[in-house]
Design a binder for this molecule. Structure first.
Ligand code: HEM
Length: 294
């Protein structure tokens, strides 16, 4: 019996690209059907959730691209090194600045599952560079596939402008033809020098990468639901402050619940003022009537 979570090499296709596609089919489906991704696909993603997601991606891609850079001349990775076409870190910086404003670096958080992902990427890049392709494949080919659907959904759900602000992450200006580029990437993966044991380890690492992504989504989902239950006043304040002060951000419309909350918080001081004015008016009239009666 093979150990749980591993994949037998008996029926493994010759080409790495085919082996990866086949062996990650089930975990891809698992990732697609996490609550976070299911909701996202239905357009049920709040601004807060999206910002948390983009923040996690920032840490992930910063690590992935640092390790890519470290291994750009290593023959086990160099053929799939496409910084001009694929790098996402800069795009994520633009998106985070758009959503959080200039102080985004102080505002974003790296949650546990994301941190675990970062640690794994660092380990792979530094100690098992032949596995780095598994991580690059999982993220970049995913971004060039389902990611393109998610872009449109996010723009619609969050009423983002058609200029592409807020979704730079999903936009690949260096790739003019996505289908052709994916073909090129697969061909490069297939030309990487490796024996069958290494191929097996790469496939396992890709599955592992999907599972880590799933953990990231599950954690974000949990944090998002906790935030909803607790109302997360601090977070909402930060969001509203960013919207009020950050020019770029001000184009992002508020959620109905936030609009209602804003309306109420604006109304409250004026209602108590009116109440006091009425009391004072009533007292003045009472005194005036009393004086008149005397
Ligand atoms: C709502 C979520 C998702 C949807 C709708 C989706 C959809 C798709 C589709 C339609 C393809 C096939 C594209 C093609 O054959 O040209 C694809 C491929 C792929 N997706 Fe996803 N995906 C989602 C989530 C993810 C996630 C979370 C990851 C990884 C973290 C991922 C990684 C990949 C990879 C690596 C491929 C390339 C498979 C290959 O051709 O070898 N996807 N996705």
């Amino acid at each position: 019996m093979k150990p749980a979570g591993t994949h037998s090499s008996e029926s493994m296709p010759e080409d790495l690209s085919e082996a990866l596609k086949k062996s990650t089919k089930d975990v891809h489906e698992q990732a697609e059907t996490t609550e976070f991704m299911k909701n996202f696909q239905k357009g049920q993603v709040s601004l807060r959730e999206f910002k948390m997601y983009m923040s996690s991606l920032y840490y992930i891609y910063s690590a992935l691209e640092k390790e890519s850079e470290r291994n750009k001349d290593n023959p086990v990775y160099a053929p799939v090194y496409f910084p001009a076409e694929l790098n996402r870190k800069h795009a994520l910086e633009q998106d985070l600045e758009y959503f959080y404003g200039p102080t985004w670096r102080q505002e974003i958080q790296c949650y546990d599952a994301t941190q675990k992902y970062v640690v794994r990427l660092q380990h792979v890049g530094q100690h098992e560079p032949e596995l780095l392709v598994a991580h690059a494949y999982t993220r970049y080919l995913g971004d060039l596939s389902g990611g393109q659907v998610l872009k449109k959904i996010a723009q619609k759900a969050l009423h983002l402008p058609s200029t592409g602000d807020g979704v730079a992450f999903f936009t690949f200006p260096g790739v003019s033809n996505i289908t052709k580029f994916k073909q090129l990437y697969r061909a490069r993966m297939n030309a990487l020098p490796m024996d069958s044991a290494t191929k097996q380890r790469i496939v396992e690492e890709a599955r592992n990468s999907f599972l880590i992504n799933i953990q990231v989504f599950e954690e974000l989902q949990k944090l998002a639901s906790q935030g909803r239950e607790n109302g997360h006043p601090m977070q909402q304040q930060t969001e509203l402050r960013a919207r009020g002060t950050n020019q770029a951000h001000s184009t992002v419309p508020m959620k109905e619940s936030e609009r209602v909350q804003m309306k109420h918080s604006n109304i409250l001081p004026s209602t108590s003022l009116i109440r006091w004015l009425l009391i004072l008016g009533f007292l003045a009239i009472t005194v005036a009537v009393g004086l008149y009666a005397m």
